[in-house]
Ligand binder design. Structure first.
Ligand code: ATP
Length: 235
């Protein structure tokens, strides 16, 4: 579905991605794990068309993405949930969800997807008229994910959904990610919480200072001594 081939991405003179290659197959959950500053958000921004690779190619559903405008990438179903959620805090929960569907015109489909969001996240239904700025961190994460679902993603890009959340909320969010995947959405999940990410992913890539240093089945990486020492607190 997605093939990233040897991309180099720069901020001015600083090279943030150094020959990164990775693949996501339809139906998978693939996770990209790495420490602060490794280049995870940079990769997602490049896939969304917010940054351009200087070299390399990005193929999505057989077409090149790397020169296309962000809006046209969204139209093709690549939808990002940004780090730090970024909900519109002066707007209600429901208004935020409606914004997610702003490029769509299929009213019946939009209504159906809103119902689905409220099924996945009953808390958002209870709070549909509430101003989004007053939601808890976990609820804002739910809203950001709900808004992405309203955009009808084929490939959902999640940037550190667990960030700043209490363990129980992290568990809830990860269960919902699995559920979203089970109903047909392919997922690329960027995480610092390697343990949780590896426990729900099919495959994983480890990125360090802009380079992919390891990849494989998530279940195998979870057992690897190297990963345990570096990312799983050695347990
Ligand atoms: P985090 O988990 O902290 O979000 P990350 O893995 O997502 O980290 P990136 O945000 O992709 O890391 O950053 C990769 C590198 O690029 C870092 O060295 C960072 O300082 C640098 N970088 C990121 N954004 C910019 C920018 N706008 N201008 C210059 N350098 C940047």
């Amino acid at each position: 579905m997605l093939k990233v081939n040897n991309i180099n991405v720069y901020y001015g003179n600083i090279q943030a991605l150094k020959g990164v290659s990775l693949e996501v197959n339809e139906g998978e959950i693939v996770t990209l794990i790495g420490a602060n500053g490794a280049g995870k958000s940079t990769l997602l921004k490049t896939l969304s068309g917010l940054l351009r690779p200087k070299q390399g190619t990005i193929e999505y559903l057989g077409k090149n993405l790397q020169k296309r405008a962000a809006q046209s990438i969204v139209k093709d179903g690549v939808i990002q949930v940004p780090e730090g959620r970024r909900v519109f805090s002066n707007m209600t929960v429901e208004e935020n969800l409606d914004l997610g569907a702003y490029l769509r015109h299929d009213r019946a489909g939009i209504a159906k997807d809103k119902e689905r969001v409220f099924e996945l996240f009953p808390r958002l239904l209870e709070r549909r008229k509430q101003s989004s700025g007053t939601l808890s961190g976990g609820e804002q994460q739910m809203l950001a994910m709900g808004r992405a679902i309203m955009a009808k993603p084929k490939l959902l890009l999640l940037d550190e959904p667990s960030m700043g959340l209490a363990p129980l909320m992290v568990k809830t969010i990860f269960e919902i990610i699995k559920e979203i995947n089970a109903t047909g959405t392919t997922i690329l999940l960027v995480e610092q919480n390697a343990n949780m990410a590896l426990s729900i992913a099919d495959r994983a890539y480890v990125i360090e200072t802009g380079k992919v240093v390891l990849s494989g089945r998530a279940s195998e990486l979870q057992k690897s001594d190297e990963i345990r020492a570096a990312y799983l607190g050695g347990h």
